[in-house]
Every structure is written in structure tokens, then in C-alpha cells.
Design a protein around this ligand. Structure first.
Ligand code: C2G
Length: 449
């Protein structure tokens, strides 16, 4: 008798799950299905799981395909089960290809094609329909979005759009997505929501077209380059009753929120200064270095550094001064932006041709918070005081590359389970567009001088 085992959360049970179980069963004579506990999903960073364990087990049972159902509640359980139960084949969907190769030591490992379209539900009442998403752009960030989206329950990324047909097709093939090019509306018709990861200057146009067609939009930073355009998009989203979110992933990382709340709690007294730095030496051939109009350090990383400044000191600064080191082609290799608020100062430092210490320092009247690089993921930070021996250390939870938290928030907003936009408010997003607008004007003025 050939024994097959597979594992999953099986939340919001859909035909992707059903097909997987059917094919898994067909691989042998006896199918064991491991269903994850809430605790294990929390440990492995699977977010937004809606159905409780018993309901998920019940849904697997209803398929009639499982000969035995077990629960999976800890890391490292798979090899234990396989050996203990004498399993011949471990199988899982192709979205996990390569990840479970290590189980080859214990049994045969088979990755089954995942089901790309999972539009209708088969066993459950449609309280939360699966959000069908499409990715716009297939550059450097898009693959990261895909691998993080699989850790968010209730979302299925099934399509990609790129005006370049070859890029769209190649990306679609390698990530099992339906590829679209040419007519953008044709792509929009296939999805409920889009993630915009195309070059900066295309964000506004894609976002507007999608919102007008009633699609939710998660847009990479910067959303737009002017206050007027940012307001236009948020107003349009309100009129069309869709979610519009600027994808500044730091805002959604659990540790960043904790750090902001701690800074506001009074442990360091009144916040008087926020200094944030983000730099990455960038290769000469890359877009950030080449694009005279929309490249440069501040447009690339400024959303990260402005975020803690606006969160802690508000969006109404009294003055702002820009200073940059420009390359021959006019892009800023390094920029310092100095803000004055009523009772506080702030500094944003961004670099693509200058490397500095990527840290965030929040200075208060009683102490300060220091978050070292990569503070934008906020895996750890410290609260320090006048007394140098007193240091409170924090190591918040952080999994993957942080994008999953942003995607989870986006999906919750679409489903209406998360109404408040406190992680990143519209006001903060519009204020950032305001700084970008002034920065671009200043750079143009300096370029002419
Ligand atoms: N699946 C699929 N097609 C989809 C969605 C999911 O074939 N459109 C497959 C997944 O690849 C997995 C199974 O259905 O094999 C269960 O999916 P999830 O409930 O999302 O569970 P997952 O997070 O993939 O957990 O220990 C758990 C395992 O690692 C898999």
C-alpha cells in the first residue's frame, strides 16, 4: 500500500485545495492530510487565517478524499510524521517547489501543479470571497510579492500585466500566472485587486484606470509625485468604494508599529528629533541611477525615512530644506532633508551613491530609541536613557521580507475586517507626495542653476 501525505492550512476551502487533494490521492492508495493549527500558522507567519482549525478539518473531511487527517502544530513535524507513519510520498502544490526537497531523504517528494484560477467556492458559504489579484509590472519586486502572498490567506495572485509582451509572457510562465499585455482593461477584468510594481512614473495612470473600474489598488511607493494627484486618487477611491493603499511595507511590519507606539507612550518623554537613514550603493546601470527624471536616492528610499518622521511628529512641518549631492546626469546620489516642526526637528538621509549607517534614532526628553539597520523591517530596537547601563531591548516578530504584513492589511481592508488605516494614513501618504513634489521642484531648479 502506497501512503501519501500532504499538509496545508485549507482556510476558506476552495477548488485549488480540492484539486490538490484529488491529485495527491491519485498518487497512491492511502492519503494522510495534515491540517495546520492556528499556533503553527502564527509561527510560520501565515496571516489572515479566517476559519478555526475544526472547521478547516471538517472541510477536508467533506471532500471524502482523506483516509486520515492529522494536525500539524510545529516546525519539524513533517519528517517525524513521514518516518513514524511509513509514508512513501510527500506532496504539496507547486507554489512550494524546492522548499521541501529536504524531505527527499525520507520519502519521494512530488510538487503538484497549483490551480491558478480559484474563482468559485465549492464547499463553503461565501462570507469572504478569495481576493483575486493581478500584478502590474514584472521587475525586481514582483517575485517577492508572489512568494509573500502565499503566506496570506484569502488572496490568490493569478495574473500579470506588462506592456512588453515578452516580459509578461516570460514572467507568467515562470510563476504560473495568466499573462496580459496591450489592453490594460482586459487584464483588469480578470481581477478584483492589483498590486502596482511598475516604474514610478506609471503608478498614477495604472492606479486611476483600476480604481475607475472598481478595482482595489495596492501601489508601490511613491504613489504619485504631487499632492494634487495623490488627493485625486484617494478621492476617486472613495467615490468608487475601493481600497487604495500605498505599499510602504515598513508601515505594516509588527515591530515598526510597536516602536512607534512605544515612542508615543512617553517612555522617552516628548519626542524632539527623528533621524532616519536608508542607503544602498546601487549599480550604475540600474534604473535608479539612469532615470534622470524619476531616479535617484530620495525617490527610491524617501518613503521609508519620511514614515517615522510623519508618524511621530505629524504631517504639518513648519519648514523643510533639501540638500543633495547630484550625479552628472542630475539624479541625487545622496540627499539630506531637514524638517522643523513646532517643538521638534527631523532629518531624512537617503543614498544610492553614498553609504551611511542605516539607522533610526528617535530622541526624546527622557531617553531615545535606537533601531539599527534594517530598522525599516524593525526586527529589533532599543530604548536607551541617560544612565548608559539601562537599556531595554525589543525583538518583535518578523517573518519573510515584510511584504506579507502589507498584503494581509490590504486584504483585510477589502474584506472589511480591518477598517482603520492607522498603519499608513491617507494624510501621511499625501504628505509624502508633498515632500516628493517639493524635492523634485528643488532638484529641477538646482539642475538649471
Ligand atoms: N494550492 C493549490 N492551488 C491553489 C492554492 C493552494 O494547489 N490555488 C495547494 C497548496 O500548494 C498546498 C495546498 O493547496 O499544497 C494547501 O494550501 P494552503 O491551505 O494555502 O496551505 P499552505 O500554506 O500552502 O501550507 O505545512 C503546510 C504546508 O507547507 C502547505
Amino acid at each position: 500500500m502506497k501512503k501519501v501525505i500532504t499538509y496545508g492550512t485549507f482556510d476558506l476551502f476552495h477548488e485549488g485545495h480540492y484539486n490538490l487533494l484529488k491529485r495527491a490521492k491519485a498518487l497512491g492508495d492511502y492519503l494522510i492530510v495534515g491540517v495546520t493549527t492556528e499556533y503553527y500558522d502564527m509561527q510560520r507567519g501565515k496571516l489572515n487565517v479566517v476559519n478555526p482549525l475544526l472547521e478547516r478539518v471538517e472541510n477536508v473531511k467533506k471532500t471524502g478524499l482523506a483516509d486520515e487527517i492529522i494536525v500539524e502544530d510545529h516546525e519539524g513535524q513533517k519528517p517525524e510524521d513521514i518516518q513514524k507513519m511509513g509514508v512513501d510520498i510527500f506532496t504539496v502544490g507547486s507554489d512550494w517547489t524546492g522548499i521541501f526537497d529536504y524531505l527527499g531523504e525520507f520519502c519521494q517528494v512530488v510538487y503538484l501543479d497549483r490551480t491558478p484560477e480559484i474563482s468559485s467556492s465549492i464547499l463553503r458559504a461565501d462570507k469572504y470571497p478569495i481576493v483575486q489579484m493581478g500584478v502590474v509590472g514584472s521587475g525586481r519586486i514582483a517575485p517577492r510579492f508572489l512568494s509573500e502572498a502565499k503566506f496570506v490567506s484569502g488572496v490568490n495572485v493569478g495574473a500579470v500585466y506588462n506592456p512588453n509582451s515578452q516580459s509578461a509572457q516570460e514572467f507568467g510562465r515562470s510563476h504560473e500566472l495568466d499573462a496580459y499585455w496591450g489592453d490594460f482593461r482586459e487584464f483588469l477584468e480578470q481581477v478584483d485587486a492589483i498590486y502596482i510594481a511598475s516604474p514610478h512614473e506609471t503608478h498614477h495612470e495604472y492606479a486611476r484606470a483600476a480604481i475607475e473600474m472598481g478595482r482595489h489598488v495596492l501601489c508601490e511607493k511613491p504613489l504619485t509625485f504631487t499632492v494634487a494627484r495623490a488627493n485625486e486618487l484617494y478621492d476617486l477611491a472613495g467615490e468608487n468604494d475601493v481600497v487604495l493603499m500605498e505599499g510602504i511595507k515598513t508601515a505594516f511590519c509588527p515591530g515598526f508599529m510597536q516602536m512607534m507606539n512605544l515612542a508615543r507612550s512617553g517612555v522617552i518623554g516628548e519626542v524632539r528629533d527623528v533621524e532616519a537613514c536608508f542607503s544602498r550603493i546601487t549599480q550604475l546601470g540600474l534604473r535608479e541611477m539612469r532615470d534622470r527624471e524619476y531616479g535617484g536616492a530620495f525617490l527610491e528610499f524617501g518613503s521609508y525615512t519620511l514614515l517615522p518622521i510623519f508618524k511621530l511628529l505629524g504631517c504639518k512641518y513648519e519648514s523643510v530644506e533639501f540638500d543633495s549631492i547630484l550625479a552628472d546626469n542630475g539624479i541625487d546620489l545622496y540627499s539630506k532633508i531637514h524638517f522643523r516642526f513646532k517643538n521638534a526637528l527631523a532629518m531624512s538621509k537617503t543614498g544610492i551613491g553614498v553609504k551611511s549607517e542605516g539607522q533610526l534614532v528617535i530622541a526624546g526628553t527622557k531617553g531615545y530609541i535606537l533601531a539599527e539597520s534594517p530598522w525599516w523591517l524593525t526586527k529589533s530596537f532599543e530604548v536607551r536613557y541617560e544612565d548608559p547601563t539601562r537599556i531595554d531591548k525589543y525583538s518583535p516578530k518578523f517573518l519573510g521580507d515584510g511584504l506579507r504584513y502589507e498584503i494581509a492589511d490590504f486584504v483585510s481592508k477589502i474584506n472589511g475586517t480591518e477598517k482603520m488605516s492607522y498603519c499608513l494614513t491617507k494624510e501621511e501618504s499625501v504628505a509624502m507626495a508633498g515632500v516628493v513634489e517639493r524635492f523634485m521642484e528643488e532638484r529641477k531648479r538646482r539642475g538649471r542653476a
